[in-house]
Design a protein around this ligand. Structure first.
Ligand code: FMN
Length: 164
């Protein structure tokens, strides 16, 4: 069983979540940061694909959207997991999740996850610091990464029915 994880991470929070997923998802796992990694992969070789990113000003990373748009038909034939890192919770987090991933993929997914997030002020540029200070009143690092949600996602993903 081969699983591909494609993700984007601005300051490393999504990457941390991907680290936990890579360690705990059953079978062979390849994780690719669509922005940073220059790794060639052949989507056809993977039975399962996990797609994740983070929210900035209401939007998931452009490369994640492009990946889903480009491979939508192929993804609908695979076991797909979708996850999001963000600092809003409750209804707003759910709205951001639904806005980030196409309905067809969400309906077809074997696991969906909202993993919380982090404000890593120490890694932000000047502009980002101004934004989170103004919008959220945040001036120091804060972590709200939801490890329990990540492990719940892993359990659901690993317990999916695999057709052989
Ligand atoms: C400039 C900026 C804008 C953000 N906008 C949002 C937002 O609109 N909604 C939200 O839930 N979280 C927002 N966040 C929080 C990020 O989703 C959170 O920091 C996440 O953990 C980032 O993950 P990453 O480091 O993997 O990119 C924002 C963070 C920054 C720095």
């Amino acid at each position: 069983m081969k699983t591909l994880i494609v993700y984007c991470s601005s300051h490393g929070t999504t990457e941390k979540a991907v680290g936990l997923l890579s360690e705990n998802i059953a079978g062979d796992v390849l994780a690719v940061d669509l922005k940073r990694d220059k790794i060639f992969f052949n989507l056809q070789e993977y039975d399962a694909v996990i797609i994740g990113g983070s929210i900035h000003a209401g939007e998931i990373q452009r490369r994640i959207k492009q990946f889903m748009r480009k491979h939508l038909e192929e993804l609908l034939d695979k076991d797909v997991g979708l996850f999001l890192c963000c600092m809003r919770d409750g209804e707003i987090a759910i709205e951001q999740f639904n806005h980030s991933f196409p309905l067809e993929l969400r309906k077809n997914a074997v696991a969906l996850g909202l993993f919380g997030g982090e404000f890593l002020v120490s890694k932000m540029n000047f502009f980002e610091r101004q934004v989170v200070k103004k919008v959220d009143g945040v001036v120091t690092d804060q972590s709200n990464l939801d490890i329990a949600s990540i492990m719940e996602f892993v359990t659901r993903f690993n317990s999916r029915k695999v057709l052989v």
